[in-house]
Design a binder for this molecule. Structure first.
Ligand code: SER
Length: 606
């Protein structure tokens, strides 16, 4: 039987033979993209190249990418959804197009993996506004099925934008200006009509088709013909070249190869499910839903924690906390006690494709176990808080009705979710609670926007000066170290600037001095600082660098410091660099993952 690792190797080598260069698996937590917390598809790091920039490795690329989709968290529990998965990807950046792509993928499935072509069905784009129905792909699929001895009739299904259009933001109308996207063609594996028509099936009286939710068909690959870019005003124009962006879910391909309609029963997940059975004493046949959630959430948490993200109340840390706690809720529900064996089994199952997991294991294990302790304490404190307020004993029996205000307090101060509050045995007026939460979210959003505009902790004159100084520092680092260096984060207070960037060595004293020297030269030159609003495409043409904070708005703001630096940025900044007087670098630090940090002060006393 073919393993997950063998599928990866076969796929990569078959595309390498067709002139593709393998690109690395990008970090699960993107280095320099504040618009998204996680890498959720293989194309994400390739956006500039799909938009027309030249890729250093050429026009044909292939890889396997670890992906995490937080938005799918509530779907987990059925036979096919996971938050973490590996995506096999190949790309044509203005090179081959539909004919080669569909043929090569069909060959990979039928000849490489040995899938029975009779089990395959495909979908094609039906057209939308000015964008034509994809009859070209239809013709290609007809030929492919016929050449495999299969009547193409009833194999090819047409769908609209809801199913056969792909962009990072989904439907055409939801795409921001400048975003690339295009029609796609998906391939489905058929696990047999019994899944649709059995006695208890809620679908049995409705027609079945590849996008039916009955579980009969599993999507195993998606070829996106990424050839359009959204324009201001909502129209689409052709990109400089027609690209292919293919993604295939490794776990689902394995399910097709093993003919297991439940991906959690494939050779990849099965041993993990067994470890959950062992840790709980329950069986998968009676508690599949809980066990799927436990397996998926702990796998995702393991990969995120291996990237050194610790559970916390913000950003990626918050997601990993939510995964661990939701996994634990389900684990405790089926009497689970010790999660260590499950984590061990996860590492065992994934280490052949992701060897770095084995090294990270001790750290990952301690992160997950520590979070379990924190969670237990939180639950205990939450119960105590309510017991005290309602003057009831610690041992709660049955359901206790609490005020929406108290439920709100459990969420905001104890970090519980509404469902966790309910599982503690507390019920509350959900409408009142929702209203309170909404008000709270609007308020905190407003203050967060204010607080984090431009990475500033406050808007005193000193932090504005610090902000302009980071632009100079950023450019000066690139002057000294090369243009591959870019900002990965920054934090500015009225006391100091903290600036993070990708570089795998400490700077020598001489390099640090040169950087400081350049910055101070630019201050002495008293360069004017101004900004221009422009469409993202033009901003990119100017060569502006920096964090793409405004990537999703129609226009982006680019700050110019004389002719010296151009950066995407929301501001605010000083009007002339001379106002900074002088910048002094205090120290540098190695913050891991190939990143360095510099601390500096503006207008130091000494
Ligand atoms: N980007 C597409 C997807 O995520 C194909 O790779 O499905």
């Amino acid at each position: 039987m073919v393993t997950a690792k063998e599928i990866v190797d076969m796929y990569i080598s078959s595309f390498e033979k067709k002139g593709h260069k393998r690109i690395p698996n990008a970090p699960l937590v993107p280095e320099n993209d504040p618009t998204t917390l996680f890498t959720s598809s293989g194309m994400q790091p390739l956006v500039p190249y799909l938009l027309g920039e030249q890729h250093p490795q050429g026009k044909r690329l292939v890889n396997v990418q670890n992906c995490f989709r937080a938005q799918d968290i509530d779907e987990v529990g059925d036979n096919r959804h996971t938050t973490f998965f590996r995506m096999l990807g190949n790309w044509s950046l203005g090179d081959y197009f539909k004919k080669e792509q569909l043929t090569w993928f069909f060959e990979f499935l039928t000849k490489g993996l040995g899938l029975n072509p009779r089990k395959l069905y495909v979908s094609v784009f039906q057209g939308f506004n000015d964008i034509q129905k994809d009859t070209e792909s239809e013709v290609i699929w007809k030929q492919l099925f016929s050449s495999a001895g299969i009547d193409p009739k009833d194999r090819i299904y047409f769908y609209g934008v809801e199913k056969n259009w792909w962009s990072r933001s989904g439907l055409p109308q939801d795409m921001p200006t400048g975003e690339p996207g295009g029609p796609d063609s998906e391939v489905f594996y058929d696990f047999g009509p019994e899944l649709h028509i059995h006695e208890q099936s809620q679908w049995k009286d409705k027609p079945c088709h590849p996008n039916c939710d009955c579980g009969r068909f599993l999507e195993i690959g998606n070829s996106v013909f990424m050839q359009y870019k959204k324009q201001e005003g909502g129209r689409f124009i052709e990109l400089p070249h027609r690209n292919v962006d293919f993604g295939g879910g490794l776990e689902r391909l394995l399910a097709a190869v093993e003919n297991k309609q439940d991906i959690f029963q494939t050779s990849l997940f099965q041993p993990i499910i067994t470890s959950v059975e062992n840790a709980t004493g329950y069986t998968y046949s009676t508690h599949a839903r809980q066990m799927r959630i436990i397996a998926d959430h702990f796998i995702a948490a393991t990969f995120i924690a291996a990237g050194s993200i610790k559970p916390s109340n913000k950003e990626q840390g918050y997601i990993v906390r939510r995964l661990i706690r939701r996994g634990l809720d389900n684990f405790y529900e089926i009497a689970g006690k010790d999660i260590a064996g499950i984590i061990e089994q996860i590492v065992e199952q994934y280490k052949d494709t992701d060897p770095e997991l084995a090294n990270a294991f001790p750290n990952v294990k301690s992160i997950l176990l520590a979070e379990e302790q924190t969670y237990k304490q939180t639950l205990h404190a939450a119960k105590k808080f309510i017991a005290k307020r309602y003057k009831i004993g610690d041992e709660l029996k049955g359901l206790t009705e609490i005020a929406a205000d108290d439920a709100f307090a459990l969420v905001t101060t104890h970090g519980l979710s509404p469902s966790q509050i309910k599982s503690l045995g507390f019920i509350f007026n959900e409408q009142k609670f929702a209203e309170k939460m909404k008000k709270h979210q609007t308020l905190s959003k407003r203050s967060a926007t204010k607080k984090f505009a431009g990475g500033l902790a406050d808007d005193s004159e000193k932090t504005v000066m610090g902000h302009t100084a980071t632009h100079l520092l950023h450019q000066a680092l690139r002057d000294v170290l090369g243009n591959h260096v870019h900002q990965t984060g920054s934090n500015i207070t009225s006391e100091r600037i903290r600036f993070d960037y990708n570089y795998d060595q400490n700077l020598t004293d001489e390099q640090l001095k040169s950087v400081e020297h350049i910055v101070n030269d630019k201050i002495r030159e008293n360069l004017p600082v101004h900004f221009e609003m422009m469409p993202l495409s033009r901003a990119k043409e100017t060569g502006a660098i920096g964090l793409f904070d405004n990537k999703y708005s129609d226009k982006v703001k680019v700050y110019f410091v004389g002719n010296y630096s151009k950066e995407f940025c929301g501001g605010p900044h000083v009007d002339f660099t001379g106002r900074l007087k002088r910048v002094k670098i205090l120290k540098q630090e190695n913050i891991g993952h190939g990143q360095r940090r510099i601390y500096a002060v503006v207008n130091p006393k000494s």
